[in-house]
Each structure stands twice: as C-alpha cells, then as structure tokens.
Design a protein around this ligand. Structure first.
Ligand code: 13P
Length: 246
C-alpha cells in the first residue's frame, strides 16, 4: 500500500499562464535541487492543465483537476469528462470539494457518480468531506463526516484509487485549524470507518495548511498528506509545506 504522503495544491479558480513559469517550474526546480520523499500534485483550473502538465512532464510531479463530470463524453455543454482529464495526463481529480457542494449544490449521490466516472477513466480521486461549523459537537461532527463518506464512496473505490481529504469547511481559507488532537481523532475515525475495500487509503488534511503549521500537521498520526489551497499559490510556501511532509 502506497502510504507516501501526498501534498496536493488546489489552485481553485486562481491562476494565469505566467504562473506556470513562476510557480510550477519554480517548484519543480526547487524539488530537483532538494528532493523529498513525498508525492506532489498540482491541481490548476482546467484551462491551465495543458501548460502545467507540460511543465511537469518528465518529473515525478503529478497533475490533477478540481472536478469532473459524472457523465461520459457527449452532448453536455460546458462539462469536462474524466476521460478528457486522463487524456490530458491527469492522475488525480478532486471531487466533492465543499465549494462544489455549496456553490453547485453537489450531493453525496452526485459525488459518488463522479467517482464512478473518474475510476473508469483511470483517475485517482481525492474526495473531500468535512463538517461546516467549528462549534459543532464531536458526535454531530463525526456523524456528518461518516455519512458523507458512506454516501459518496462508490463500489469501485479501493485504497489505491481513492484518497479521502478531511477538510473542515470552517478551516478553509480562514487561518483556523482544528486542534492537533481533533485532527488525529477525526483521521482515526475516518480510517476506522472506511469500508474494507478502501481500508488503508490515504487520508489528507485540508484547511489553512500553511508554511508554518504544515510540519506539525503533516507529522500527526493518521495524516497522510495535505490538500492545500491558498498556500499552494506561493512557491516558497508550497515548498515548505512539501518539506514538512518529508
Ligand atoms: P486553504 O488552504 O486556502 O484553507 O484551502 C483549503 C482547501 O480548500 C483545499 O482544497
């Protein structure tokens, strides 16, 4: 089972072509000079997949997308199929991010359908789960995350093609994080709750992972990597986060 840590940068709806040089090639160069025993993925917006993929070509750095359609190719204007993402050399696709759930009304059922499509195309999914409210008591929080996992995992999910990202919604972009104890507890709960076929899958933490807290969070038991938003847009910060996982 591959338990190398994964640090994935989710650019969200940010980016310009010039970033490929300043950010992607910069990270690539830094990791060539100082490699770490960590899987690294860039998840830019769709229009930049080609350029980022070209900049990563010939390296061990991976490309990912931020979403895919649940449908296969056809008359679905504006949608992007998982097959296309694979064709663009993506290895990963993020699905079920809380911003998709909130701004596009995505349900666990839809996310499960997207997972089927992604697995069929040969992609590894990073499926996001997490409670909305920081003040939620532990029982409610645990029940919500369990239900998200139960409903969004499809039958084709296994420990290789599926990665869980625990992203408490209140921690995203806020500069707030759960306590270390709460992260360890939640990751343990998720690991214990995964169905047999998915047992051992990597469980990432996401939500305000920064250069200064990454090493602590990434070395907590049960944390197999990080899904990084804002700090993945800054070369030096992203490199420090990768170093924290190494
Ligand atoms: P931030 O790292 O900006 O909090 O975003 C986390 C996230 O949503 C990654 O998917």
């Amino acid at each position: 089972m591959n338990k190398r840590k994964l640090v994935a940068g989710n650019w969200k709806m940010n980016g310009r072509r010039e970033w490929v040089d300043s950010l992607v090639r910069g990270v690539r160069q830094a990791l060539t000079e100082q490699p770490y025993d960590v899987d690294v993925a860039f998840c830019p917006p769709f229009p930049y997949l080609f350029d980022v993929g070209a900049a990563l070509s010939g390296t061990a750095l991976k490309l990912g997308a931020q979403d895919c359609s649940e449908r296969t190719d056809g008359a679905f204007t504006g949608d992007i199929s998982a097959t296309m993402l694979r064709d663009m050399a993506c290895d990963y696709v993020i699905i079920g991010h809380s911003e998709r759930r909130e701004f596009h009304g995505e349900t666990n059922q839809l996310i499960a359908s997207k997972m089927v499509a992604a697995h069929k195309a040969g992609l590894t999914v990073i499926v996001c789960v997490g409670e909305k409210d920081a003040k939620m008591d532990a029982t409610t929080r645990n029940a919500i995350v369990k239900e998200q996992i139960r409903q969004s995992l499809c039958d084709s999910a296994d420990a290789q093609n599926t990665i869980i990202a625990y992203e408490p919604v209140w921690a995203i972009g806020s500069g707030l994080t759960p306590t270390n104890d709460d992260i360890v507890t939640m990751h343990g709960l998720i690991a214990g709750f995964l169905p047999l076929s998915v047992k051992g899958a990597r469980i990432l933490y996401g939500g305000s992972v920064k250069a200064d807290n990454a090493a602590t969070i990434l070395q907590l038991p049960g944390v197999d990597g990080a899904l990084v938003g804002g700090a993945s847009l800054k070369k030096d910060d992203f490199i420090k986060i990768i170093a924290g996982a190494g």
